[in-house]
Design a protein. Structure first.
Length: 55
């Protein structure tokens, strides 16, 4: 039986991106579990995603 691995490992790039986001005042969650736990605690969830190319 295989144990599930974390969705995102703490790579140096991820750590750097998290630090940069937090320095700008953003809240950065690295895993799905963190997002779900905070949303359950808050009682709501708002998401902003940008998958398009800049114009």
């Amino acid at each position: 039986m295989l144990a599930p691995a974390p969705a995102v490992a703490a790579s140096p790039t991820l750590v750097q991106v998290k630090q940069e986001a937090e320095a700008k005042g953003y809240i950065f969650f690295a895993t799905h579990d963190e997002i779900v736990a905070k949303a359950k605690k808050e009682g709501k969830l708002g998401v902003s995603v940008n998958l398009g190319t800049p114009t």
